[in-house]
Design a protein around this ligand. Structure first.
Ligand code: ZN
Length: 454
């Protein structure tokens, strides 16, 4: 059993929200929304165009409900076109939705999209960075990382979005030991063993991978003496077995976070990301149906696609931007820490969604069921697609890797149990293809979910 660092409630980054009701917070957000819409309309040709096409003016939008009557302004593909246009017409790659002058931009971070064309989605002015840093400091503080501490930071460095987090780390007077994930796990472990960081930031898959790599090198990740690991991306920490394995192996607490928008609390159980920044983003009060993009009513447990609207950023604010992230919004008080604001759990990516016999299936749901069978399984899996998604001709084929500890005579029994669990928990009747331990490649950043045989 781990000792809790701080037996306390997650608070909003901006303390004024701590005494507000949810209605008052929404009213505050609507005020920021009205100002932001006027700002983007005034400053970016793209947003003026969108309003004109919709036959509306920023002044027409008073409430979130009014705002949701407007179409989706942007998604990854539209953003890419907007960038193409600004490269051709204005000579910069940020897009026609850039609201500041290009020379005011001090950071740009891309995401490693699957299409191969990077999008400069995370493009900030100095003022934006100062604003965002507060959220990182707030999270580090909650996780017990203080000025003077060191923090292992192992993501893809450089032009990638995660690099923006480093400003926040440094502004908290914490020294990042920033080892590019591409340096490899041996190198990451070496730097960590030498520098004795108090905390670490990485993906859950890297945290898991380092446990195995350290053991291969005759070491133990517990020797690192970490007190907190902050993970971003993937469903990892939302799976109880993965959270437990990481916490038990490192002997520390793990926090799941989503950019500057929020993080999970100190509870033993995972209660989702606590949305601590209502002044930064309208999220999660704007949720749409992933297929029709029709607005969904926010209620406890509702599932839909996250639409992002940045309420306070000035450089390249995203407005009514469909992210493709399918999330569950929880409006009830956190049973763990008592936080009264919104919480969200990541369900999957709308573009990863499969349709099996008319039902929507997210690979993350399969991963969650499969993780219950660790250590009989390694937890690695691939979903084999024989024709282009989302429609799958049943049975869905899943490749699973049994672990080296498993007595192979028990494989049949294990298969029956896994099929039962997938049937009850994900309404699936799959075909399981067994793989020898270590034959499914494990990536340090994003492990592929699908094996495409078409
Ligand atoms: Zn909580």
């Amino acid at each position: 059993m781990l000792t809790k660092l701080k037996e306390r409630k997650v608070t909003y980054t901006n303390p004024i929200f701590n005494t507000m009701t949810e209605e008052e917070i929404i009213s505050f957000q609507e005020d920021l929304l009205r100002k932001q819409l006027k700002y983007v309309y005034r400053n970016a040709e793209y947003y003026r165009r969108i309003f004109h096409e919709a036959g509306a003016y920023p002044e027409d939008i008073r409430t979130i409900a009014d705002f949701q009557q407007l179409p989706i302004f942007m998604d990854k593909a539209i953003e890419r076109n907007s960038q193409q246009e600004s490269m051709e017409r204005l000579g910069h790659p940020f897009g026609m939705h850039l609201c500041s002058s290009p020379d005011e931009i001090v950071f740009t971070g891309t995401t490693s999209g699957t299409s191969g064309v990077p999008t400069f989605t995370y493009t900030f002015t100095k003022e934006d960075i100062d604003f965002l840093n507060r959220y990182i400091r707030h999270m580090l503080d909650y996780g017990g990382i203080d000025a003077g501490d060191r923090l292992l930071f192992s993501h893809a460095l450089g032009i990638y979005a995660t690099s923006s987090i480093l400003f926040g780390v440094r502004s908290h007077s914490v020294l990042p030991i920033d080892v590019d994930v591409r340096a490899g796990s041996k190198s990451i472990l070496q730097y960590a063993m030498m520098s004795k960081p108090k905390g670490a930031m990485m993906t859950p898959s890297l945290a898991e991978h380092l446990i195995d790599r350290a053991a291969e090198l005759g070491r133990d990740v517990r020797e690192l003496g970490l007190q907190a690991i902050f993970t971003v991306g993937e469903i990892g920490v939302g799976v109880p077995e993965i959270k437990k394995r990481i916490e038990d192996s490192y002997g520390c607490r793990i926090y799941d976070y989503l950019g500057e928008l929020g993080y999970s609390c100190d509870s033993e159980e995972y209660y989702g990301i606590h949305c601590v920044a209502p002044d930064l983003n309208l999220f999660p009060n704007d949720l749409v149906d992933p297929e029709t993009k029709a607005p969904l009513k926010i209620s406890d447990g509702v599932i839909g696609e996250r639409v992002t609207t940045e309420l306070s950023l000035k450089g390249l604010p995203r407005i009514r931007y469909a992210t493709g992230d399918v999330i569950q919004v929880l409006t009830s008080e956190c049973p763990g820490c008592g936080f009264k604001g919104r919480r969200v759990k990541f369900i999957g990516r709308s573009d990863d969604m499969l349709i099996v016999k008319g039902a929507n299936v997210y690979p993350s749901a399969i991963k969650k069921v499969v993780a219950n069978f660790i250590p009989d399984l390694t937890g690695e899996l691939r979903i084999v697609l024989t024709n282009p998604p989302p429609r799958v001709v049943p049975p869905l084929q899943i490749k699973l890797e049994y672990s080296s500890q498993l007595d192979k005579g028990k494989l049949g029994e294990l298969e029956r149990k896994i099929k039962n669990a997938l049937h009850t928990e994900a309404r699936l009747t799959p075909e399981i293809i067994w793989c020898e331990p270590g034959t499914l490649e494990k990536a340090l950043t994003k492990t592929p979910l699908f094996e495409k045989n078409y």
